[in-house]
Design a protein around this ligand. Structure first.
Ligand code: ADP
Ligand code: MG
Length: 234
């Protein structure tokens, strides 16, 4: 479904991603772990063209990623990125109405269904400032789903949350997993990664240094850096 082929991403002279290749199958759940600054966010941002790459290629269903097919990717950011001056439902219908030219009433109908799915039916007229972090992130997930993506990308979706709110967001992601949504999830929630992943990818200094089943990567990592990285979460 997604093919990342030997990509390199630089900011000026600084190489952030070096010869990264990664394939993601339809229905697969891939989590990306690794130290801060290893290029995880940049990799996600390259996938949906928020960043330009210097070499290599990225394909979605066999076609080079461009401004049209990158809409097949929904993205959820660490800091929610909701429009503060718009209500919950206005946030959700914005892209379907503006980008996909959907009728407002149709978009609202879908938005209400998605709000029900994420347990926020009673919040459609609230503003983001009136919501908890967990609620904001669930709105952000509903907003991404409103574009009917084939793949969901999550960049540390729970890192900005109070610990007691992490579970409600992970619960929504687990529901998506049950529906076989294809997902790429950058996370520091190791128990969650172990539970949900078909494959775990470990990045270090701009490279994928190991990938495999959760058992392989968490129990029997080959790369020495992984053990020391994981020991921080014990
Ligand atoms: P991670 O998500 O794994 O913590 P990032 O992808 O955010 O890592 O960043 C990887 C490296 O790229 C870091 O050293 C970071 O400082 C650098 N970087 C990220 N974005 C930019 C940018 N817009 N300009 C310059 N350097 C950047
Ligand atoms: Mg990051």
């Amino acid at each position: 479904m997604i093919e990342v082929i030997d990509i390199t991403k630089k900011f000026d002279d600084f190489t952030v991603l070096e010869n990264v290749s990664l394939e993601i199958e339809k229905g697969e759940i891939v989590t990306i772990i690794g130290p801060s600054g290893s290029g995880k966010s940049t990799l996600l941002r390259c996938l949906n063209r928020l960043e330009e790459i210097q070499s290599g290629s990225i394909k979605i269903e066999g076609e080079p990623v461009d401004k049209n097919n990158c809409r097949k990717l929904g993205m959820v950011f660490q800091n929610f990125n909701l429009f503060p001056h718009k209500t919950v439902i206005e946030n959700i219908i914005e892209a379907p109405v503006i980008v996909k030219k959907e009728k407002k009433e149709d978009a609202k109908k879908l938005a209400r269904k998605l709000l029900e799915d994420v347990g926020l039916s009673d919040k459609e007229n609230s503003y983001p400032s009136q919501l908890s972090g967990g609620q904001k992130q669930r709105v952000a997930i509903a907003r991404a789903l409103a574009m009917n993506p084939d793949i969901m990308l999550f960049d540390e979706p729970t890192s900005a949350l109070d610990p007691e709110l992490v579970g409600e967001v992970l619960g929504v992601i687990k529901e998506l997993a049950k529906e076989h949504m294809t997902m790429v999830i950058v996370t520091h929630e190791m128990a969650f990664a172990k539970e949900i992943s078909d494959r775990v990818v470990f990045m270090d200094k701009g490279k994928i240094v190991e990938q495999g089943s959760p058992e392989d990567v968490f129990e029997n990592p080959k790369h020495p850096r992984i053990k020391s990285f994981l020991s921080r979460f014990l």
